[in-house]
Design a protein around this ligand. Structure first.
Ligand SMILES: *Cc1c(COP(=O)(O)O)cnc(C)c1O
Length: 389
């Protein structure tokens, strides 16, 4: 363990074979050979540690997740095939029929589907809280409440929640605090240092950062991750070793990439806020953001995402998207390439109009995941598309 994030991300290498390769090799194998029958028995009996089968563990996935644990200041972790596998496992490993979940209302679309459509089939109920409701949280906690699940900053509302405050609530009522840290990444904030029990990631986003692979991770205290590992081993959402290899490499450049994403995003947010055709802009490090002070305190920088609204609602927004020349119309985020989406008709189209309104998704809302291209080229494309729309 070194003193600085960048050094830990680059110099933590747990794997090196007899070939003494500088980069980590790829262990593309479904299973591992036992030394003898006795070792096989001991491995299956968990008397000794070691790899058995890549659904249970694989050196590349372990290398990735151990490094991520170091950067997030968590004790242990499990790598998963996608971010949603991580979100699902992080909840399903702890919630039983009859349990109740408290969650922030502003959530990633598929996380919302799990909570509102899938868990209720299994007798797991939920209550959604808006940002200010957490100040009167007592009235929402029930005797069967087990977990608090939040995203901060949230997708696409960019709401910022006070993780330390939530951790106090969780501790007082013996709840598990589960924070999806996808938007911030461990470079901007470490929920575990603020008291979160579980930290979840879609590694598909900024952690890979180059739009190449899907991946996810559930991190946290050892005794909790044991439950997640059991669930993962027997239900099978294992990460591919190739993706584990890619993502371990990706972590090496996370710090420099996040610095640039955030720098570009802040400039863009400031410029959009001054444009006469723009109705509103939301970015955690703009002083107009409702939780600006908290964001400044909790996050190192404002993140790579912003949302804005043009005058003219949905029709104008669609026209703006169709006039972009360089920026990508695709549903990913956290890529080197700037990505523009219309949440109301794509990522969050499964929400009813009423649900969309409650989390601030208007028909004119445009989400930008600001990439690493030169800011003047990004701005030029946005300007010409505004003018043509
Ligand atoms: C994308 C995303 C997820 C899901 O991750 P996948 O890798 O696409 O499965 C979960 N939470 C947030 C906040 C996301 O942006």
């Amino acid at each position: 363990m070194y003193e600085h994030f960048e050094t830990n991300a680059i110099r933590t290498q747990t794997l090196r074979s007899e070939q003494r390769e500088h980069a980590v090799p790829i262990f593309a194998t479904s299973s591992f050979v036992f030394e003898d029958a006795e070792q096989a028995r001991a491995l299956f009996a968990s008397e000794i540690e070691g790899n058995i089968y890549s659904r249970f563990s694989n050196p590349n996935n372990d290398e990735f997740v151990q490094k991520l644990c170091l950067l997030e200041h968590t004790e242990d972790g499990v790598a998963t095939a996608s971010g949603m596998a991580a979100m699902f496992l992080s909840m399903a490993s702890f919630l039983r029929a009859g349990d109740h979940l408290l969650a922030s209302r502003s959530l990633f679309g598929s996380t919302h589907q799990i909570i509102t459509q899938i868990f209720p089939r299994w007798g797991i109920s939920y209550t959604y809280l808006d940002n200010t409701d957490w100040n009167n949280y007592d009235q929402y906690i029930r005797p069967n409440t087990k977990m608090i699940f939040v995203e901060t900053p949230s997708n696409p509302g960019l709401e910022v929640l006070d993780i330390a405050q939530l951790a106090q609530i969780a501790k007082k009522h013996q709840l598990i605090l589960n924070v999806d840290n996808c938007f911030a990444t461990p470079y901007l904030q470490n929920p575990a240092l603020l008291g979160a029990d579980i930290v979840t990631h879609s590694a598909t986003k900024f952690i890979d950062g180059q739009g190449r692979v899907l991946g996810g991770a559930v991190l946290g205290k050892k005794h909790l991750i044991q439950e997640v590992r059991f669930m993962a081993r027997h239900t099978g959402p294992a990460m591919s070793p190739f993706n584990g290899w890619i993502l371990s490499k990706s972590l090496e450049t996370l710090a420099v990439r996040m610095e640039k994403h955030c720098q570009n995003a802040l400039i863009l947010a400031e410029r959009l806020a001054q444009h006469p055709e723009v109705l509103s802009v939301k970015y955690p490090f703009l002083s107009s953001h409702p939780q600006y002070e908290l964001a400044k305190k909790q996050m190192k920088l404002g993140g790579g995402l912003l949302t804005f609204e043009l005058k003219g609602g949905r029709e104008r927004a669609m026209c703006f998207l169709d006039n972009l020349r360089m920026l990508s119309l695709t549903s990913n985020l956290g890529d080197t390439r700037t990505i523009v989406t219309h949440p109301a008709t794509t990522t969050h189209s499964k929400l009813s109009a009423e649900e969309q309104a409650k989390v601030g998704i208007t028909q004119g809302l445009i989400r930008i995941s600001v990439g690493l291209e030169h800011i003047e080229d990004i701005w030029a494309d946005i300007l010409q598309a505004i003018e043509k729309s």
